[in-house]
Design a protein around this ligand. Structure first.
Ligand code: GLV
Ligand code: MG
Length: 338
């Protein structure tokens, strides 16, 4: 394993850029916990083996008068934890809060060897990532960490959405991006009060029937997050990093949660946040390819031989491009099975 220093060693003039060495690891659910909540912390030994990523949250959701205790508890929790294959991430306080800098200064030296990814909220542009990147480089060097801490940004401001491409490209540490629908809704002056999901008022109504203008007209609810999610997925794919849905706040509505997560999966996302244990299995199911889709993909790949040309499979035309889609599904299934 290359050291953090090697990973970010300055390039000699004319040298090719270093290969991205962010190893693929499953991250179907990023499971949030509040380190200042002792009851939640006590359940972690049961939670850790069930999740791909465990995240200690220091930002929104943690009371202002608990910020320091959350940070201190986090160090104790990590000290005594057995993470096995599970990744450990933290969500920093925002860079314009009184706590964001101290979160990094305290936690990287204390838990850096266990820290896979730092999630940075309310990222506005590349400058926020550069700031965190430079601090991490210093803190890693000082602590002598053996591998770089990666960075994940939350897309939750209008400026952040406008700058999404430069955010993705801002550092080789960039691991991925999550949609932050609650803060984004507020920043955009949307008129919703939910955390993710749809709204019954955001709909399209069927046109009137010319032969019966008084007939009841059906309405179809629309997804207010489609635009941002699609934009985020494109920016991530273009920069080789991973997109995530983010939070779904209506814990009791498991059906709608599954639908939102599935839309995100179909559009290209690799995972979502789980805010409650009930959302862990939803994310695991949704962000793993369906066995029937894997079988179909295998049939198409087999039928296409060297992957070029066109064939008919069960009455559908398959060609070079459909084979590529099938390989996306097969690669994910193989990686998750490994
Ligand atoms: C998440 O942080 C959100 O604001 O939705
Ligand atoms: Mg937020």
């Amino acid at each position: 394993m290359r050291s953090a220093k090697d990973f970010f060693a300055p390039l000699a003039v004319g040298a090719p850029p270093p290969p991205r060495e962010i190893p693929w690891r499953p991250s179907r659910m990023i499971h949030f916990f509040d380190p200042s909540n002792e009851k939640m912390a006590a359940k972690l030994p049961q939670i850790i083996p069930r999740v791909d990523v465990l995240l200690g949250n220091l930002e929104d959701g943690v009371r202002a008068d608990n910020k320091i205790v959350a940070r201190e508890n986090l160090i104790k929790i990590v000290d005594g934890a057995d993470f096995g294959e599970t990744q450990f991430w933290i969500r920093l306080n925002s860079l314009d809060s009184p706590w964001g800098l101290d979160d990094l200064l305290t936690l990287v030296p204390a838990i850096g060897e266990n820290l896979d990814v730092v999630m940075v909220p309310k990222v506005q542009g590349a400058e926020d990532i550069h700031y965190v990147d430079r601090l991490l480089a210093q803190l890693e060097a000082k602590a002598g960490l053996s591998r770089p801490v990666l960075v994940h940004a939350i897309l939750e401001t209008a400026r952040g959405v406008a700058n999404v491409e430069e955010i993705c490209a801002a550092s080789p540490r960039m691991q991925g991006l999550s949609l932050g629908p609650a803060d984004l809704a507020a920043d955009r002056r949307m008129k919703t009060t939910r955390v993710g999901g749809g709204h019954p008022g955001y709909l399209v109504r069927q046109d009137p029937r010319p032969d019966d203008p008084a007939a009841v007209r059906a309405t179809f609810q629309q997804d207010p997050w489609h635009y941002t999610l699609a934009r985020m997925v494109d920016a991530c794919a273009a920069n080789g990093i991973m997109p995530y849905y983010g939070p779904f706040g209506d814990i009791a509505d498991v059906l709608a949660c599954e639908d939102q997560f599935r839309n995100a999966f179909l559009l290209g996302c690799v995972g979502a946040w789980s805010l409650h244990p009930v959302q862990i299995d939803i994310a695991k199911k949704v962000f793993s390819p369906e066995p029937a889709d894997v079988e179909w993909a295998k049939r198409v790949v087999a039928a296409m031989g060297d992957g070029t040309g066109a064939v008919m499979v069960d009455g559908t035309m398959q060609d070079d491009a459909s084979v590529k889609q099938c390989r996306v599904i097969l690669t994910l299934a193989t990686r998750l099975a490994a």
